[in-house]
Design a protein around this ligand. Structure first.
Ligand code: TXA
Ligand code: MG
Length: 345
């Protein structure tokens, strides 16, 4: 992670936001594609660039809890407790929106996603923008709808090319996967999307486990079955079957890569064996960059060694399951997925 951007870059980025421009900026989770949350026309451009359906709300990024409270009608006690413990950091809270928030930001819902990122450049940008504008950046992950999030500036350029003029470069995002999303709008904590802040950490603050989403929970696009997907097909395979499945696919004429925590299989010279870190923190940090690199290399099938489903692995397991899910077709088909926000593990 690059901790500092030249002050001139931050000042230019803040001015661009104030002028209604869309830009990309680093956060500790993944890069965001941001616009002034108080400017509906600018926010509209984010949806257009991302090709994201208008019913899918954006997260509003703010410099501090005090700033965040101005975008909420109220923040229930559980939300305050989580915010005080985990902000700035990789946690998004869903709360009831303040009256002034434009419906485009929230996808027409009565709730809003709020996050205070810890990345120093994101913080500098939010504060510089706060001095000349709203100080609130509505930003989804900086990727086209349904695709892998971007964890460095080059990924953003790969996704949008000249479509985004300003990409503030903060190096590789530390965490590497998207924030944990907790809906506290009902006064109790419902985990909508697992992330770097895991269930035991949430439970330590809540005094109980967060609830799972039910049919009444809001929908989150990141919880659709097929999301966060590379172009290559992803197969999740038990560790002791990885080599066998890879061999079968090679015999079938496929271009195959393996992502596993174990050393390569010497009998499989035609398979690109990608050694993955043994621990969840570095695994998450590298995951999207690795999947993107395999895509670029023309790999048709990525055989991913199945991971333990518990503890700090659960957010990674969630993303890999979505990458492996059958694609139903276009982004619009995904948007019409009738699933409520239940993250399928
Ligand atoms: O780590 C992250 O959360 C990154 C960085 C840039 O902050 N952002 C991110 O944004 O992943 P996005 O838009 O790709 O995913 C945000 C998720 C979406 O699934 C969206 O539907 C959900 O948050 N969301 C936002 N506002 C919501 C709301 N009011 N109710 C329910 N879900 C909401
Ligand atoms: Mg996203």
């Amino acid at each position: 992670m690059t901790d500092a951007a030249a002050p001139a870059v931050i000042a230019e980025a803040a001015r661009a936001l104030a002028a209604g421009e869309v830009l990309a900026f680093p956060t500790e989770t993944v890069y965001g594609l941001g616009a002034d949350a108080a400017n509906p026309v600018a926010v509209e451009r984010v949806f257009a660039l991302k090709q994201r359906p208008s019913t899918h709300p954006l997260i509003v990024h703010l410099a501090s809890l005090d700033h965040a409270r101005r975008w909420a009608e109220s923040v229930p006690e559980v939300g305050l407790a989580l915010a005080r413990r985990f902000w700035p950091g990789p946690l998004t809270l869903i709360v009831r929106k303040a009256a002034h928030v434009d419906a485009i930001v929230t996808g027409g819902q009565h709730t809003i996603g709020l996050r205070v990122p810890s990345h120093p450049i994101a913080q500098q940008l939010l504060r510089a923008f706060g001095a000349i504008g709203s100080g609130a950046i509505a930003a989804p992950s900086a990727n086209r709808f349904g695709r892998l999030s971007a964890t460095c500036a080059a990924h953003v350029r790969d996704e949008f090319g000249d479509g985004v003029r300003l990409v503030v470069d903060g190096g590789a995002s530390d965490v590497g996967i998207e924030s944990t999303i907790v809906d506290v709008s009902s006064g109790r904590a419902v985990l909508l999307r697992p992330g770097a802040i895991d269930v035991p950490q949430l439970a330590a603050v809540l005094g109980e486990l967060p609830s799972a989403p039910d049919a009444h929970s809001p929908r989150a696009s990141g919880t659709l079955a097929s999301h966060y997907a590379p172009t290559a097909r992803v197969m999740l395979v038990e560790p002791d079957l990885v080599a066998e499945v890879a061999r079968f696919l090679v015999d079938d004429g496929k271009s195959v890569a393996v992502l596993a925590r174990t050393a390569g299989e010497p009998l499989l010279p035609s398979v690109r064996w990608q050694r993955a870190p043994r621990d969840p923190v570095p695994y998450a940090h590298e995951l999207y960059a690795t999947l993107r690199a395999l895509d670029r290399s023309g790999t048709e099938v990525i055989v991913v060694e199945r991971l333990p489903a518990e503890g700090a692995w659960s957010a990674i397991v969630d993303r890999l399951a979505r990458a492996a899910a059958e694609r139903t077709g276009s982004a619009d088909d995904l948007a019409e997925d009738p699933q409520p926000g239940a993250p399928e593990q």
